[in-house]
Design a protein around this ligand. Sequence first.
Ligand SMILES: Nc1nc2c(ncn2[C@@H]2O[C@H](COP(=O)(O)OP(=O)(O)OP(=O)(O)O)[C@@H](O)[C@H]2O)c(=O)[nH]1
Ligand SMILES: [Mg+2]
Length: 243
Amino acid sequence: MTIEQTIDTLHSIKTIQIVKNLLVDNDLVAAANRQRFVASGILAVNVIAAPGAGKTSVIIRMIEALREQVRVGVIEGDIAGSIDTAKVLAAGARDAVQINTGGNCHLEAGMIQRALDDLDLRQLDVVFVENVGNLVCPTHWALGEQIKLCILSAAEGHDKPIKYPQIFAASDAIVLNKIDLIELVDFERDFFYESVRALNPSAPIFEISCRTRAGISDFGFWILECLKQARGQTAELNRTASS
Ligand SMILES: Nc1nc2c(ncn2[C@@H]2O[C@H](COP(=O)(O)OP(=O)(O)OP(=O)(O)O)[C@@H](O)[C@H]2O)c(=O)[nH]1
Ligand SMILES: [Mg+2]
């Protein structure tokens, strides 16, 4: 089936839209978190992907790639366990906090607010928030991040932007991870790029492999650029406060 045929078929399917109004309070707390990040000169990145797509691996590669210039903190969100927090600390994260949601399929702004009390923000430049593995629920819950990052691994298939459109539409950047597997899993790049571009014309797309380290330095460079922009916001905030 071509991409045009797939999109036509999708338009013809009857769909029930569920609209929730529970996000208002969350948005207020997220705004306060964002103020806190900006006031501290920190770039906060909300990392969203399905289980096993490579969220922790990407964060670890960023810790390694940016080690000389950037102090990285991590907030880990999982249903249970703290194995990823142990991994990022072992990789050189300056600080890390684990949130166990006990079954909740996404992080919420209030959870980040509590986690921030346990991080020494003065010692950090970038905070990666690894959301609970899920391509759906985390999309709708702002945490106070400046960057929403969606990771798809090649092994999940090129059709995922069509099936989970909201996260691809809402993201500031999209990482295609595990490109070392691309031939093995018959991943069709053109299908992937066309469907992402239909949803999100401007977000940069980075092809990387955490295994071979292909593309890691380009993505790290982009994170550094985002940090510069975040620091510009901090300078602006300080100018406004002192005038
Ligand atoms: N071949 C290959 N494997 C990778 C790559 N990146 C990550 N992996 C492997 O994929 C598996 C899952 O990676 P994680 O980084 O734990 O994925 P995650 O998204 O953090 O998983 P959860 O936190 O459980 O949702 C691990 O076995 C990694 O070694 C890659 O680029 N290529
Ligand atoms: Mg993980």
